[in-house]
Structure formats: structure tokens, C-alpha cells
Design a binder for this molecule. Structure first.
Ligand code: ATP
Length: 356
């Protein structure tokens, strides 16, 4: 039995983050009414605007409050005046590490009516999920610099791969594959990264014994990029490390029709801390304020949040309703979309309300 009341923290953020989050919340309300649960929401002003006005990125009191919620919905953070890295390290990566959000869940699904840059690609050939390990690899900040600014300068950036960290990501991926089409692909670089990739490969081989129904495959990350473009039907669930996952999933976002489509979840599957759901896109300062942002990625992220909270029927209804609007759009975002951000949100919310 899923709970029927949820405390949800909302971080609309900057730029189009605030615009798409408003629509995601409309849809969340419609789903709550339709499927009989309630949400109690707290909004947090975090992101570029707050940093520029107060110098604060994530005060520890705010982090403690966030931790008391069941889930976090994030729009997008970033403004052109904030130096790169401040919000990424101080907010997004900090929450990933401190809340142990060790799974980054990134569906790559081409929906009906969405233009893809891959000629001839049809939706039946593109429906996969990338499981990106989210707390280790190259993103831990382990490394250093020696003789900085001199001709003899040396910089190192190390990839951290613990058996514990790899195994929990791999097990999550196997569980998901067992619920889907029973196919798991490890994506790494065994031919060059002989220490890290060996740990990943051995872990996959050992864990595979617990999942006899799941077929296991392997691709090098470079080949994975090629196949994602030429034959995405090869993939059902892909598991990979933090850096490779970051890169491969942006390619996936392009294949599935762009940033207006790409949703993500940063999960703590144990439930010890709230999981965080966000569209992949940034704050898009170039279009902010015009009602030109496509809110569908934010809505898909909300669907993932609902599934995580145990409301699978509501999640499916939200995904179906959002997907049904896509063929009615002229473009997948920008001035020629044919509908405003708010009109799209209204339409999805209405379709959720009457969903069967
Ligand atoms: P960041 O560093 O925060 O990711 P960015 O500018 O590199 O910022 P985005 O903000 O995601 O990346 O924007 C990339 C491009 O995609 C921009 O041209 C933007 O207008 C467009 N874009 C992003 N999100 C959307 C959306 N929801 N709907 C339509 N277009 C979008």
C-alpha cells in the first residue's frame, strides 16, 4: 500500500525552471485529485537568483528541511552571472552526495509525434532507461593540482569506483531490467580503463547469477554512442558510471527529441533521504519569460516522482497524458511551439483529470 499523503519540497529555481515547475505542479494536483492522494508542498528559493542576492547556495538549515520531505521536485538552476560550478557543486552535486542519491534514472524514449534528428527512427525502436551511478566515478572531486600555473603543472582527477557503490547501482539496474524487457547492457571501457571497468564487469557477472531471466550484454562507451544513434533498439536498461552516463544520456536526450523531452530522477532507493526529480534541461535564459519552454520534461519527471512515491497508476496516467499532447505541438519548444507553456500544462492536467 502506498502512502496517501506526501510532503514534497519544490525548488523552482531560475529561468524556465520556474515556468515548467508551475505546470508540473498543476499536473501533480490533477493526479492527486484523480488518484486520491494529497501533497503538502514547501517551496524553496534556491539557485542563481538567491546566490546573487545573498551569496547563499544551500544553507545547512535549508538542507535539513529538505531532508524532512518525501521527495524533491527541481525546475532548473542557473543564471548567466553565476560562475560555472558554484550551483553544480554547491547545490546539485551536494544534494546527490549528502542525500546519497546514488541512482540517476534517465529514460530515453521516443514518443509518437516527436521529431528526432535520426532519420527513419520510429518510437518502437527507442525505449530504454539509462542507470547512471550518481555518487562516485570522476565526480567525487578526488584529485589535485601540483605546481599550478607553472610549465610543470600537473592535474589529476581520479575515478572512484567502490564495490559497494557499483554493486548497488548494478542491482538496481537488474531489478529494473527484470520489470522491463529482461535485457541489461553494461556500458564502460574495459579495453582501456582496466581497473575500474574490471570491477564493473566482475560485479555485473556476479550479480547476473541472481537474475537468471535477464540477458546481459556489454558495450564500450564509444560504441554505445554509435549504437544509440544507429540502433537504439539494442538497449533496454543500460548501466554505466557517472561520467559516461552524463555524456551518453545527453546524446539520448537528443535522440528522443531534445531537452523538452528528457526527464530524470536522482534516487535514494532506500528512502533514507528524499529522491529528487528534475528535467534534464537548464534554466534556458535565452527563452525564459516568454512562455516558450516545453514543460513536458518537467511533467515526465513528476511522473517518475509519482512512481517513486508508490503511485504507479498516477505516474502512468501523467505520462500518457503528457505524451498525448506532444503530437499537437508544432515544435518541441521555443517561439513556434504552437502553444504556451501554461496551455500545455493545462491540457495535460485536464487529460489526467479525466484519465481512466
Ligand atoms: P545549463 O548550463 O543550465 O544546462 P544551457 O543554456 O547550457 O544551461 P539549457 O538551459 O538546457 O542549457 O538550454 C539549452 C538550449 O535548449 C537553449 O537554447 C534552450 O532555449 C533550450 N531549452 C532548454 N530547455 C528547454 C525547454 N524546456 N523547452 C524548450 N527549449 C528548451
Amino acid at each position: 500500500m502506498s502512502k496517501t499523503h506526501h510532503r514534497v519540497a519544490v525548488i523552482p529555481g531560475d529561468g524556465v525552471g520556474t515556468e515548467v515547475t508551475a505546470e508540473a505542479l498543476k499536473v501533480l494536483d490533477a493526479a492527486a485529485n484523480r488518484f486520491g492522494f494529497t501533497t503538502e508542498r514547501t517551496e524553496y528559493d534556491l539557485g542563481g537568483r538567491r546566490y546573487l542576492s545573498t551569496g547563499e547556495v544551500l544553507p545547512s538549515s535549508v538542507q535539513a528541511e529538505l531532508d524532512g520531505h518525501d521527495a524533491i521536485l527541481l525546475g532548473a538552476v542557473g543564471t548567466p552571472d553565476v560562475p560555472p560550478g558554484v550551483l553544480e557543486r554547491g547545490l546539485l552535486l551536494k544534494l546527490r552526495f549528502d542525500f546519497d542519491l546514488y541512482i540517476n534514472l534517465r529514460p530515453v524514449k521516443l514518443y509518437e509525434g516527436v521529431p528526432t534528428p535520426i532519420a527513419g527512427l520510429t518510437p518502437d525502436r527507442c525505449d530504454m532507461v539509462v542507470i547512471r551511478e550518481n555518487t562516485e566515478g570522476m565526480y567525487t572531486g578526488v584529485g589535485g593540482v601540483f605546481k599550478k600555473g607553472t610549465p610543470l603543472e600537473i592535474a589529476t582527477q581520479e575515478s572512484i569506483n567502490s564495490r559497494y557503490g557499483v554493486e548497488r547501482a548494478v542491482r538496481f539496474a537488474f531489478d529494473l531490467a527484470a520489470e522491463r524487457r529482461n535485457h541489461l547492457t553494461l556500458c564502460h571501457k574495459t579495453n582501456v580503463l582496466t581497473f575500474a571497468a574490471d570491477l564493473w564487469q566482475r560485479t555485473v557477472n556476479e550479480v547476473a547469477g541472481d537474475y537468471p531471466t535477464v540477458a546481459v550484454d556489454y558495450v564500450h562507451v564509444d560504441a554505445a554512442c554509435l549504437y544509440l544513434v544507429t540502433s537504439p533498439e539494442r538497449f533496454d536498461v543500460m548501466v554505466t558510471d557517472n561520467l559516461f552516463g552524463d555524456i551518453v544520456t545527453d546524446l539520448g536526450a537528443a535522440v528522443q527529441g531534445g531537452l523538452g523531452m528528457a526527464a530524470s530522477g536522482n534516487l535514494n532507493p532506500s528512502g533514507d533521504h528524499p529522491s529528487m526529480f528534475e528535467p534534464v534541461h537548464g534554466s534556458a535564459p535565452d527563452i525564459a519569460g516568454n512562455g516558450w519552454a516545453n514543460p513536458v520534461a518537467a511533467v515526465f519527471s513528476t511522473a517518475m516522482c509519482l512512481a517513486h512515491l508508490g503511485h504507479r497508476d498516477a505516474a502512468t496516467a501523467v505520462e500518457v497524458a503528457a505524451a498525448s499532447v506532444l503530437p499537437e505541438l508544432e515544435t518541441m519548444g521555443g517561439p513556434d511551439m504552437g502553444m504556451s507553456t501554461a496551455q500545455i500544462g493545462d491540457m495535460i492536467a485536464e487529460r489526467v483529470s479525466i484519465s481512466k
